[in-house]
Design a protein around this ligand. Structure first.
Ligand code: GUN
Length: 284
């Protein structure tokens, strides 16, 4: 293997230590302890695990955390009422509604009900627009973590060819926007892209977020490229694999994130960072 492994767990730990310092400062100077409220509707098994990990993350850095578990049968109006209560709750600086929501709910209407000052997921229209024009808002956690992972290698993003594979609102599009802000030349590819292999093989930086197990193969990667794997795909054998065929791509890439242990730990840590930011900006 020639690539250096980017250790997301170690980077996340380092950032959490910094966050603990910011929490202590907030407590001392303003008497504020950051608080994160997470709402989960139903019992999607992956969501249950994610929410548990978010709760643990909050405990780890000394936040107040609240998890509101609602049954699948909850109406959208009932969910909006819960959000309104949290919007008015001074102890909660961040609100996250775990996605996916049940089919009878309108995701965007629910996200838009969250106060923009508490939108620590960065999914609201205001946060999305702020990211587009580079003004102050909340940056979605997974793409924010991808940028931190790339920069942790010492690679300068400016002037690089970056290819994002996948165009989701949660990862692909905001990742492209962040790379553009850092002055990369960005190509966003997706399932309909022609010549995907050739496009990827020109990239200095690849962010793979297509949700297809082991989609990125060695022949799609330029020697020395930085490869960030956002995928979490559970195979029939129960094993988790990323969107990158790790063993063969690691022979070619300069840097690569593992799955698990790459992007995953950073996503939750960026959520904690956004919550500290919310408390610093708007906590009184
Ligand atoms: N479901 C999967 N990832 C996420 C995330 O980052 N935020 C929310 N709210 N739901 C998710």
């Amino acid at each position: 293997m020639s690539a250096q492994v980017i250790d997301g767990k170690a980077l996340a730990e380092k950032i959490r230590e910094e966050l603990k310092g910011r929490v202590a400062k907030l407590q001392q100077e303003k008497g504020v302890t950051p608080g994160l409220a997470v709402i989960i509707v139903g019992e999607n098994p992956a969501s249950v695990v994610y929410v548990r990990n978010k709760e643990k993350g909050c405990q780890d850095v000394g936040f107040n955390s609240r998890v509101i578990r609602l049954p699948e049968s909850t109406t959208q109006a009932e969910l909006l009422e819960q959000i309104e209560l949290l919007n008015n709750d001074k102890d909660m600086h961040g609100i996250l509604v775990q996605l996916p929501l049940p089919a009878h709910m309108d995701d965007l209407a629910v996200i838009e009900a969250i106060s923009p000052t508490k939108d620590v997921d960065g999914f609201s229209l205001l946060s999305t627009g702020s990211l587009m024009v580079g003004s102050e808002g909340f940056v979605p956690c997974t793409p924010k973590g991808c940028i931190a992972l790339i920069e942790s290698t010492g690679t300068s993003i400016q002037g690089k060819d970056a290819v994002v594979i996948g165009r989701s609102n949660i990862v692909g599009k905001p990742a492209a926007m962040l790379l553009l802000q850092k002055s990369a030349t960005v190509t966003v590819t997706h399932s309909k892209t022609a010549n995907l292999k050739e496009v990827c093989a020109r990239a200095d930086i690849i962010v793979a977020a297509i949700g297809k197990s082991e989609f990125v193969t060695a022949d799609m990667v330029k020697p020395g490229a930085v490869v960030i794997d956002v995928g979490i795909n559970r195979g029939d054998d129960g094993k988790i694999r990323g969107d990158v065929k790790y063993d063969e791509v690691a022979e070619v890439a300069g840097f690569i994130t593992p799955v698990p242990g790459g992007v995953g730990p950073m996503t939750i840590t960026m959520l904690l960072e956004n919550t500290v930011e919310a408390a610093e900006r708007y906590g009184c």
